[in-house]
Design a protein around this ligand. Sequence first.
Ligand SMILES: C[S@@+](CC[C@H](N)C(=O)[O-])C[C@H]1O[C@@H](n2cnc3c(N)ncnc32)[C@H](O)[C@@H]1O
Length: 509
Amino acid sequence: MDSPIVTQLFRQLFRHSKCPSRRNLAALTTCLQHGRRMQLYHQQQRRGMATRDFQRGAKNNSPVKGAEWQQRTEVLTLDMAEEYKRYPMVTANELRGRRERPRRVKMLMRDFIEDSLYNPHYGYFSKQVVIFSPGEPFNFNALPDEPAFHNLLGRRYTEFEDELDAQEHDDTRQLWHTPTELFRPYYGEAVARYLMSNYIMSTYPYHDLIIYEMGAGRGTLMLNILDYIRDVEPSVYDRTKYKIIEISPSLAALQGAQLLKGAAAGRGHADKVEIINKSVFDWTERVSSPCFFLAMEVFDNFAHDVVRYDLATEEALQGTVLIDSEGDFHEFYERALDPVAARYLRVRHAATGGRYPVPYSPSRALRWLKGLRPLAPNLSDPEYLPTRLMQFFDILERYFPAHRLLTSDFHTLPDAIKGLNSPVVQTRYQRRMVPVTTPLVHQGYFDILFPTDFRIMEAVYGAMTGKLTRVMSHESFMHSWAYVEDTETRSGENPLLNWYKNASVMVTV
Ligand SMILES: C[S@@+](CC[C@H](N)C(=O)[O-])C[C@H]1O[C@@H](n2cnc3c(N)ncnc32)[C@H](O)[C@@H]1O
């Protein structure tokens, strides 16, 4: 699929979403049809890899022809150097109060991504996101095999969305699924076993069991963990406190409603749970007690900075986005790094002893030879730096000094855009995923989802917090803590172990 064209079409479509022109819709439909064919092909190639989306697409990456410090994009090559000098630099924080997407400004890529995802008025999380719930938990033991599970899940997905459409039709609804939801309650029970065992072995009976969960989605993990602890170990349940830190007001409300539902059935946990509706980055309270800190599929949306390297000197240049008077985007690279990106590069270097991947050939001779080709770029492919993740570790170190982290996320993502540690950028239109080739897309309509390099993350987390960790695959964590017979199909296939092959888990030890 020619994603730059799709990107343009979406930009047009969403910019005028109240009155989409027929021409746009017709052109979009053609692109989507081609996308669907590619999608089928890629789905066959991706067994075992998962993202939040049930159906996802594919794209071609056409080469970026690098030039000067204003990188050319596939679509636009306007010289915007004058505007770049004149336009003010803004941050995502400064844009929080704005209801309109900004124009005639420039911002670091990290701020652009954060604004696109998290702006309270037009950001992706503020309005677009629905997390799928399968209704009744799946009875895996009664299913013949994994394809049968896949089919059943597909049907439940359709029913779920049909119900939503009956209330209010929405072509641009963004619908995700997470392992917490698909494998409910077994996934949560596995996490509960991990928490209880580690609590009993470490701080019980001197401290309460305090659990913080950042980004709790529908609140399902919280319910499954608390149900399990109450049923299995009431003496631990009596001493349990559960606190959710949730950025999305609508998801925080859904989590509160989950608690009320339980209360109506006489199985509520309301007296155990506190829902704190704020971003973890706004946290200011020091928690000195030992606690567990859960972060399941939250890091992937943390904003990243982008750098490209000067192919002659290996010096990093940082990416800035210029938004022009029409709302179009232009990317620039500057030699001066902002303090956050510069610090990340220093911390990573120190933490890993200089062993980390880079988006250019280590051989100077080879780079020089490649540079002789006509129109050869003078900058490397982009590399995305997890600068917000580093700032999250600052929060942990400063406000939760006695925490133990349990986090799960994707270590690789199919269909990522070009670059090192690059994200998948996608939107859902008429129930189909449409991936594009750049994060510079109409703010708020696209999920921007990064993989996590667990080796680097572990080193950086260790260097910043002084804590020791262990990284394992999702499958290996589940082997250790789940009752895997609960999720086995009659053929012996086990979706809890076989799906999410591209997810890893890191725990503080
Ligand atoms: C992909 S969902 C995962 C939900 C849940 N953990 C699960 O596995 O089902 C990401 C969650 O993180 C929340 N979130 C994202 N960024 C956040 C932030 N900076 N602070 C707190 N919550 C955040 C989102 O609103 C959402 O609830």
